[in-house]
Design a protein around this ligand. Structure first.
Ligand code: NDP
Length: 334
């Protein structure tokens, strides 16, 4: 790598998240920049080319994508496609010799996650998952308070994340493209939050689907699900997610000597928190810029990312256990 050059990032899939969050964030990053795009929509290619001053040779579609192997201006491929396409494009990116950031959830099954990890390992490329909240200071503080047992061991956790889905992105209720419903898309933040606040993995799970509303949206995926994770020390995490109900976005942990919570907890900004001792006076930060700069720093210094493919796989295994618990009505050991 040339000294002082910002790493080039190519966004794959120019939908809402790429357009509204990642491309603007790449204007604020210090160590990486928007260098190219991969899109199936020619009109978007033209628009992005002009808006972000992208050279023609850095613009690909899904068929020409593999030629990115010959493009030295692109170091990192960022997969921002429907979940059912994550595996294919992560594997192709690794085979093209690029480092990869893949959006959450990592894939639609743990088997896919394993193949993605293996492809990146074989290619000698780094793989990270778009878990932006690991770079967010309120969430870092929840990790510190919980993991260091500042109020004693955490005994109870609560997390909610849900909104009324209006079918703006129909792939989210298509089983093949999404893998599942709100658990995959929104509940994963609850899962992540309770696990990193507790600082350990649960040993079992129970779960129950919520009733489907009277519309035709939820033919293939759940409309909502409530689940409880149980930890070895007898503590538990109660989590809820839904596409049928606007929920408070909340992460809370209770311990013998106090409690801490974030609400709203999971947005791109506006996160606010408090503990039993009073408000957390923490500034919001540009999460995605921090996340991408951290990955660029890891690539440049050959250091491990704190949100690796292995974490995406771990979460997919937990999600599979939650679905199994809801499908069977039984407690599932993890
Ligand atoms: P969108 O539907 O808005 O965008 C997806 C894009 O993928 C489309 O615009 C299209 O781009 C491309 N695409 C290719 N094939 C298909 C297909 N068959 N159906 C639909 N789109 C297709 O989704 P989002 O941007 O909301 O989500 C994309 C990814 O980002 C998901 O993995 C999601 O979970 C993740 N995400 C993460 C967030 C976070 O906070 N970390 C927040 C929001 C989303 P094109 O026209 O360029 O080909």
């Amino acid at each position: 790598l040339q000294q002082g050059r910002k790493l080039g990032v190519a966004l794959v899939g120019l939908g809402k998240y790429s357009t509204g969050q990642l491309a603007p964030a790449l204007q604020q990053t210090q160590l990486c920049r928007l260098a190219g795009v991969v899109t199936g929509t020619p009109a978007k290619a033209a628009k992005w080319k002009q808006q972000y001053n992208l050279p023609e040779q850095n613009i690909y579609d899904y068929k020409t994508f593999d030629r990115i192997a010959d493009n030295p201006n692109i170091d990192i491929v960022y997969v921002v496609l429907p979940v059912g396409m994550h595996e294919e494009f992560t594997v192709r990116a690794a085979q093209a010799g690029k480092h990869v950031i893949c959006e959450k959830p990592m894939a639609i099954s743990s088997a896919e996650c394993r193949r993605m990890i293996e492809a990146c390992r074989k290619a000698g490329k780094m793989l990270s998952i778009g878990y932006r909240l690991h770079f967010e200071p309120h969430h870092r503080e929840m990790m510190r308070l919980g993991q260091q047992q500042v109020y004693g061991p955490v005994q109870r956790l609560l997390a909610d994340n849900g909104f009324r889905f209006d079918n703006d992105t129909p792939w989210r209720v298509d089983k093949e493209l999404a893998g599942g419903g709100p658990l995959m898309d929104l509940g994963i933040y609850c899962l992540q939050g309770v696990v990193y606040t507790k600082g350990e993995l649960p040993v079992s799970v129970t779960a129950k689907y919520t009733p489907k509303p009277n519309n035709n949206l939820f033919k293939e995926v759940e409309a909502g699900i409530n689940w409880q994770l149980q930890f070895t020390d007898g503590s538990a995490a109660d989590c809820r997610t839904s596409y049928a109900e606007n929920m408070s976005s909340r992460l809370r942990a209770e311990a013998a000597k106090g409690w801490m919570e974030l609400q709203p907890a999971f947005g791109y900004g506006g996160i606010s928190g408090r503990t039993s001792q009073g408000p957390l006076n923490i500034q919001n930060v540009p999460q995605q810029a921090r996340q991408m700069d951290d990955f660029a720093n890891c690539v440049l210094n050959n250091q491990p990312t704190r949100v690796p493919g292995e974490m995406g796989l771990r979460d997919m295994q937990l999600i599979e256990a939650i679905y199994r618990a809801a499908d069977t009505g039984q407690k599932v050991r993890i």
